[in-house]
Design a protein around this ligand. Sequence first.
Ligand SMILES: Nc1ncnc2c1ncn2[C@@H]1O[C@H](COP(=O)(O)OP(=O)(O)O)[C@@H](O)[C@H]1O
Ligand SMILES: [Mg+2]
Length: 229
Amino acid sequence: MTILKTSQLVKEYKSGDNIIKAVDTVDIEIQEGEFVSIVGPSGSGKSTLLYLLGLLETPSSGSVFFQDQDLSKLRNSLQADYRRNQVGFVFQMYNLLPVLSAWENVKVPMSPYRAKFNLSERAQELLEQVGLGHRSKHLPSQLSGGEQQRVAIARALLNKPKVLLADEPTGNLDSKAGESILDLLEQMRAEYGLTLVLVTHDQGIAKRADRIISLLDGKVVNSGTAAAI
Ligand SMILES: Nc1ncnc2c1ncn2[C@@H]1O[C@H](COP(=O)(O)OP(=O)(O)O)[C@@H](O)[C@H]1O
Ligand SMILES: [Mg+2]
């Protein structure tokens, strides 16, 4: 079943007198539970495409569909609900709040809201799942890069999203720590039945996906299994 789909998706940015098409007429379909890598040179539109899928950016034209619903046609409160509950985001630089402990960082997405679950218990459980149960009181600065990314993954999973969007999550890590983050993402995918969309520069990591989508100048130039590309 298709969970995410784009139709003639375009995102333009103004740069002085020029208009850059960061995403140029993209049509992709992602199946529920699929693991897709997005690859391409720097500036090819990978991050922009991921942000459009997560509704962190809005399209200039065209549409993103989540389970057949055109996201741009949802009213604001339902768009916010999509961002908060259906998708989780993981970034290259972890984006943890430096003054909060690992445990507090995991709880951050729900802190303005009333949780339907026991927030503190769930945060601790997630930290245990990512192998950091014993580090929950540590500040980000007291953790390695790989450990900080584990905290960020726990935070992204707090609301049990259907889709995890990861923008170069291993880009700041050495290859061993990077592989181990991929192992964790695959483990979480199995545990939660996640759909995983991962932007990466690393061919070795891209190949672990069910399918690789290649971008160039905002356009899809290839899409297929690792073996076929
Ligand atoms: N907020 C923005 N304002 C202006 N230009 C942007 C913005 N975000 C991205 N771009 C431009 O869009 C293109 C695609 O960027 P991006 O999606 O970040 O590529 P990638 O992640 O593949 O490196 C680049 O030319 C970049 O400079
Ligand atoms: Mg990028």
